[in-house]
Write a protein that binds this ligand. Structure first.
Ligand SMILES: Cc1ncc(COP(=O)(O)O)c(CNCCCC(=O)O)c1O
Length: 443
């Protein structure tokens, strides 16, 4: 079913059919599973979601940075349909198939670095990040893993240990995996004024060297732009300095590009912005147009240091997901979606900056490409305003615009539109957001 080409509100959001489904959910879905909008989707097309009451919503979340190519893309859907009619699963560890190999070939070509590469495929971002740590430990013989303030890497035991924020991700789920150490990163809006990326990196490196010693460290794991922690782009120079230190000290530099990857930030991968070539890169989300696929790609000598049979999983590189990925990657190439992402940023960032100047309640506007954010603060301060953030997001939802929030302090509205979102829908969604900020800031 194809949605219309504009936002259509037939009922309040959520409408009666969604409310009825919400009641059914309460009797059968674990309360620990949350949803931003209690709206049940029946169709999606391009950047529009159709709910059970026939409302169409503008999707500025892409299912948390997954449907970068948009919804219902023929190159994805047709390949999945064809693959499904051939076979849905054989388990690559039992009897392999070409699609897995093709995805690995594409990853070798597309990820930063011209060195000899290998990949291993999984199903979720957390699995990929977990496996970067396994690979780094196997390759170096070391155990310690260094992560950063505001980091998010997943919800498994090890990735919870890597993740910074306790509630809701870690609270009550310990103990967590050992040998994980956290250091400050680079948060320009909150760091000391004028602190350069190199200085922030030097401070982190000093902490690592003093508290651990470089020769104890297997890997440094970092998001090139921190996602759930608040869409925090580090100061220029931070990532290159960190990467240089890693290569000088035999430490594996792991880029967690689960949220930043696949054209989201205006490059195929966010590390490209400063020419950083990670030893290992974890990818997921945007890779396969909505099908569950994740990967570790990196230096062949690192991945091949793992003993035979040391990497795997039943569904890793599922054939439907691989077919979807090949369709999504084809779409990113033919529609030049990295360029499209930059265009979205060029449209949105000035509007958010003007809104910040007009209302005074947005302390920082930041991001790259189509990974954009507004951090809400008490005017004139860096004091987080999570309540206002919630109200702004709720006001957008009530108007049929899906926006997501994030941030260690819950005070960041993030924009993750599909990179194929038509300009008129972007404009409509942005106008709703602007009006929501004006109205809620005035309350
Ligand atoms: C950088 C980065 N690394 C790893 C992950 C984990 O990816 P999975 O596919 O959710 O396991 C993410 C997932 N981010 C969305 C989390 C949603 C939620 O669970 O509340 C990420 O952003």
């Amino acid at each position: 079913m194809t949605a219309t080409t504009h936002r259509r509100l037939l009922t309040e959001i959520p409408g009666p059919a969604s409310k009825a489904l919400q009641q059914r959910r309460a009797a059968t879905v674990a309360a620990g599973v949350s949803s931003v909008l209690p709206v049940y989707i029946t169709a999606a097309d391009g950047g529009l979601l159709t709910d059970a009451d026939g409302n169409t919503l503008i999707d500025l979340g892409s299912g948390i940075a997954v449907t970068n190519v948009g919804h219902g893309v023929p190159a994805v859907v047709d390949r999945v349909r064809e693959q499904a009619s051939a076979f849905t699963h054989t388990c690559f560890m039992a009897t392999p198939y070409e699609g897995y190999v093709e995805v690995c070939e594409a990853l070798a070509e597309l990820t930063p670095g011209s060195f000899d590469k290998r990949s291993a495929l999984f199903s979720t971002g957390a699995e990929a990040v977990e496996n970067t740590v396994k690979i780094a430990r196997a390759a170096t013989g070391r155990q310690a893993v260094v992560v950063f303030d505001h980091a998010y890497h997943g919800r498994t035991n090890l990735t919870m240990a890597l993740t910074a924020k306790s509630m809701p991700y870690k609270h009550g789920f310990g103990p967590f995996a050992p040998e994980v150490y956290r250091v400050p990163g680079s948060y320009p809006f909150r760091d000391a004024p004028g602190l350069t990326g190199e200085q922030a990196a030097a401070a982190a490196i000093d902490r690592i060297e003093k508290q651990l010693g470089a020769d104890a460290v297997a890997a440094v794991v970092i998001e090139p732009i921190q996602g759930e922690g608040g869409f925090i782009a580090p100061a220029p120079g931070f990532l290159p300095a960190l990467s240089r230190w890693c290569s000088d000290n035999g430490v594996v530099f792991v880029a967690d590009e689960v949220q930043t990857g696949f054209c989201r930030t205006g490059d195929w991968f966010a590390c490209e912005d400063e020419g950083v070539m990670p030893d290992l890169v974890a990818t997921a989300k945007g890779i396969a147009g909505g099908l569950p696929l994740a990967a570790v790609t990196g230096r062949a000598e690192l991945l091949d240091a793992v003993h035979h049979g040391g990497l795997g999983g039943t569904y890793g590189g599922n054939p439907l997901a691989c077919a979807a990925a090949l369709g999504a990657i084809e779409t990113m190439r033919t529609r030049e979606l990295a360029t499209a992402a930059r265009g979205i940023g060029e449209t949105v960032l000035p509007r958010l900056r003007a809104l910040a100047a007009e209302t005074g309640v947005i302390g920082d506007v930041r991001g790259r490409g189509a990974m954009l954010a507004a951090e809400f603060c008490t005017p004139g301060t860096t004091e987080p305003d999570a309540e206002l953030t919630k109200r702004v997001a709720a006001a957008c939802h009530a108007q049929g615009v899906v926006v997501l929030t994030c941030g260690t302090d819950g005070n960041v509205v993030r924009l993750l539109p599909p990179l194929t979102l038509p300009p008129d829908l972007l404009e409509e969604g942005l106008s709703v957001l602007e009006q929501a900020v004006r109205t809620e800031a005035a309350r």
